[in-house]
Design a protein around this ligand. Structure first.
Ligand SMILES: [Zn+2]
Length: 281
């Protein structure tokens, strides 16, 4: 399943007779099986035999032809044999990209459902929207879509002589010795470019130029979409924001500290920028 083909969808079939792929959560942990090499996989289950109701489940699409759902493990349900509960974070760190993406999506949808049972304006119950993946107020008809919080991530670099330096930061709760890039939420009314410049200025005190988009990563804790950029230092001394950071400083590219694991887009952004600096780009 690690290299399966996934076709997204939000409306499931009326009736499913065959086994389905389940992102089956109990709190923030989900049930996984293990393949021959010990890698975690999303289980395939017979919904009826397992006592699962797919009616209230979130349909995600088809994985290798099988219908795929996100749902909570019902209270008192008998755990299917051979499965184990694994934290969503742990699943992501184990590196099965497709299983992590599906489980992350399912987790976000389940959290959104849990926090949108009632209308925020009038308090009436919400019901599923007829056409979209959304819920609608039964009374005043406001439609609530899954919430996604945009986060901007910036790796600031500068060229010094024939090599370069990266501006990295650490917060007090990071693993010992670990540093990473600057990141922060986009504010209402802000462009991505403005957010990038503001976040970097607030957190580390420097100005940037030439922002360059690298890529994006949904991060389901609980509903972020991280957009990663590199940006060139344009001036200013590094002054770490004392309210947020324990440290921020320039590191030479051949003397970097401990970095985030490679499943994180922050690490992929750092690796990509290093490669570009090595090539003189
Ligand atoms: Zn309402």
């Amino acid at each position: 399943m690690a290299h399966g083909v996934f076709v997204p969808g939000h409306r499931g079939p009326a009736f499913v007779a065959e086994e389905v792929v389940c992102c089956l959560f109990q709190g923030s942990r989900l049930l996984v099986s293990r393949d021959g090499s010990g890698a975690p996989q999303l289980p395939r289950l017979d919904a009826r035999a397992s006592g699962l109701s797919l009616k209230s489940a979130h349909y995600l699409g088809r994985l290798d032809g099988s219908h795929c759902y996100g749902l909570h493990l019902p209270q008192g349900a008998k755990l299917p044999g051979g499965l184990e509960l694994l934290g969503l974070r742990a699943l992501i760190l184990e590196g099965n990209e497709l299983a992590s993406a599906l489980a992350g999506q399912a987790f976000q949808l389940l959290e959104w459902e849990r926090t949108h049972r009632h209308c925020g304006a009038c308090g009436a119950p919400t019901t599923p929207h007829a056409a979209d993946r959304a819920v609608e107020c039964a009374d005043c008809r406001i439609v609530y879509y899954p919430r996604i919080a945009p986060v901007m991530m910036a790796l600031v670099y500068r060229k010094t002589g024939d090599r370069g330096e990266l501006l990295l930061t650490r917060k007090p709760n990071y693993a010992p010795g670990r540093y990473t890039v600057v990141a922060g939420f986009v504010e209402a009314g802000e462009t991505l470019e403005q957010c990038l410049a503001r976040e970097v200025k607030e957190e580390v005190g420097v100005d940037i130029r030439n922002p360059r988009y690298f890529g994006s990563q949904p991060w389901p804790f609980p509903n972020s979409l991280v957009m990663a950029f590199s940006a060139e230092w344009a001036g200013g001394d590094v002054v770490p924001d004392p309210g947020e950071l324990e440290d921020a400083r320039w590191f030479p590219v051949d003397g970097l500290p401990e970095l985030p694991e490679s499943v994180h887009i922050s690490r992929q952004l750092i690796d990509d920028t290093l490669e570009r600096l090595r090539r003189g780009g």
